[in-house]
Structures are given as structure tokens and as C-alpha cells.
Design a protein around this ligand. Sequence first.
Ligand code: ADP
Length: 428
Amino acid sequence: MNQNQLFKLTRWRLALWYTGIMGVILSLCGFGLYEAIAHAHWVALNEELKSVAGTLHDSMEPTLKQPGKIETATKRLLPELCLAETDCLQKITTSSKQRHVLGALHQGDYYINLQDVSGKSVAIAGFPILTNQRYQKITLSLHTKDNRDWGNLIVERSLKDYDDYLAATRLILFLGLPFSMLLVGGASLWLAARAMQPVYTSYEQMQQFTADAAHELRTPLAAIQATVESALRSNQLSDVQARDILTRVERQNQRLSQLVKDLLLLSRMDQQALPLKYQECYLDDLVSDIAEEFAALAIAAEVQLKTEIRQEKIKVLGDEEQLYRLLSNLVVNAIQYTLAGGEVKIILDSNKHHAIIQVEDTGLGIAPEHQTQIFTRFWRVNSDRSRHTGGSGLGLPIANAIAIAHQGTLEVNSSLNKGSIFTLRLPY
Ligand code: ADP
């Protein structure tokens, strides 16, 4: 396939399209996944913050007596609490190494600020969040036991771990995408080659077919040309010579028209454009007609032509004309490829689901390595041998196409120099 520029180019184009489309799909999936992860973490983080703030609020409020004043009970609840009038506030803001996590909260990166009603910081806990860091904040108002406004509880949570996690996810996705694209690209090339292989095979067959058809048409055309040229060269032609020339031209012409007819038939069958006239066909009548028709040919070839009707009145639904053509192709071949003194037998039988016609000969036979090819158009075991009989290598392909059009099968079983059996099975 790679030798053919058109197929090579199409394969790469297909692979590129596939890779591009897969790239877009993968990017969208990656983006969706990222958004889902980010959202899930964001929700969890907010829930956690709410729960921490809520727990602190609920446990602190019963300990508060005077607005803006931290009680011993509150300190006991939050030992890390650092009052504004002490110097621990200063210590916390300056020593970055001392950063600690609120033991009571079991989570890192929290900063708690207790402000009185005027907004003045009364106490803090945790480590203040750096100015360049993102954070999420919750403010809850605090009340004393006797329901006076105490101030506010502000809980801040740094988003550093959240941002770090998302950055790592983004990095994995960004690095993973080109790597996946490489894999997808390789797979696409391979897939494109696989998908195009049948098309390429049929393209090659078509090319071969065209070349073979041209070759077959050229032979009679060249013969006609040569005959006409030699006639034109001679000054005077006797009646006998003229008749001989015309006979030769007519013979070649017949060969040409037969070839064209066969080609047309095959191409119509390929396109399923050949209207088959389905009717009930009695196969014993068909076999008898064929035997009668080719009796003279068999006598001329000194071959015995016999029929064996094992079951009478077998009928199938089919196109009689085409079935006749199929069978006559098989019988003519059997007679032609059987030496004088040999025998050709047409057997009609049936099984549960099929009518079976066998054309059996004691002729030249076909070597096992050739048996798979005999249904290929223009293929001949030995072109000289076939051309001598006037064959063009289309007889069996036509027979096979007719069998297929009738949902039947045509098989060969042959031994070299012993004979061949062609078996046609047609559904009832
Ligand atoms: P052709 O018209 O050349 O006979 P066919 O398609 O009918 O072409 O047959 C294809 C090839 O199969 C021929 O080359 C022929 O040699 C071989 N063949 C067909 N039938 C027989 C047979 N009964 N015995 C031996 N060879 C056969």
C-alpha cells in the first residue's frame, strides 16, 4: 500500500484526522476531569471549613461571658489561642518555622481570629496566611452566654494545598496529553492501514482486472488488424480468399463480442443490476437439456457425456437462463479439459436443504494450489491450454457469480490427471 502514493497519502490523512479528533476528545475529557476534580475538592474544602468554623463557634460560645473578653474556659478549649495583649502574636508572625497546626482542629493551614464588636483582634490561633496565598474565609458572629454580642469568629483556610494539588493535576494532564497523542497517532496509522487494506486489495483487483480485460481484448483486435492488413496488401483477392478472410474476422469478432458480453454480465452482477427472472425451475429438465445440447460437442471430443438423476422433480426458485448458463459453463469446461476416451457425468441429487448438481469428469484435473484461484476473473491454469479452447478465464467466475446470486455455492474438488468434480448447491 505504501508504494501507492494515493493510498499512502490517504492513510496519513486519515491518521491525522483521527489523531486530531481524538486529540480534541481527549482534551475535552481531560478538561472535564480536571473540572470535576477541582469542583469535588472545592466542595470538600468548603464543607471542612464550615464544619471547623461551626464546631469552634458552638464550643466557644458557652464559654464566653463578657463581650470581647477571652475566658479561661475558652483558653482551655483552644490552648493555641494567643491573646492580643501578649507577645505571642509577634512571635507567630515572625517565625515561619514555628508554623503549627491547631491541635484541636486536626487540620493544617487554619488561621483563627477572634475580633470584638469594634473589629479589634482579641486573640488569634494558627499561623497567619501569607499575603501572596489564596485563602477561603468564614465569619461567624459570637454571643455571650446571656446573648450579648461578643464579636466575630473569623476562620481562614489557606488554599495552598488545594492549589498545589490542582497544579500537579494540570501538569499530569498537560504532560499526559502529548504522550497520549503520540500513542493515538501510532494507533491511528495502524488502524488506517487496516481499514484501507480491503479497499486497497479491491483497487488492486480492479487494476488487475482492467489490465487483463485490455489484454484479452487486444488479442482478437490484433488478429483482426493483421488479417485486414494482409488482405489490403494483396492486389487481387479471389472469392475463396475473401471468404476465408471474412470468416477469420467474423471468428475474432465473435470472440470479442462474447468477451464484452461476459464482462458486461459480470459487472452487472457485481452491481446487482442484473434483473434475475425468478421462477420455478425443474433441475432434472435443466440437466437433460444441457446433456442434449452438448452431446455433439462431447462426441466431437470423443468424451462420453452421461447424466445421473438420483432424485427426480427437484425444483428451485431461480433464473432458468442464468442457471442454464452456469451449468453449461461447467459442462463445456469438463468436456474441453477431458482427453478423448474420458467421461463427463452430470449428477443431480439433493439433501435436506439443497439441490445438488455435480459435474464430474475424468479429465486433466486442477492442481490443489490452483483450485483457490480458478474463480478469479481471467485466471487460467495454463493460458495456452485455455486459449486453445477459446476460453478467456471468465467461465468459472460467471458460474460462481450466478451461484452466489441464487444464494448457492460452487465448489471444486479435483486431482491432477485424475479429474474434477464441480459441486453446485442451490437452496430449495
Ligand atoms: P476458460 O474459459 O478459460 O475455460 P474458466 O473460468 O472456465 O476459463 O476456467 C478457468 C480455468 O480453470 C481454466 O484455465 C481451466 O484450465 C481450468 N478448468 C476449468 N474447468 C476445468 C476442468 N473441468 N478440468 C480441468 N481444468 C479446468
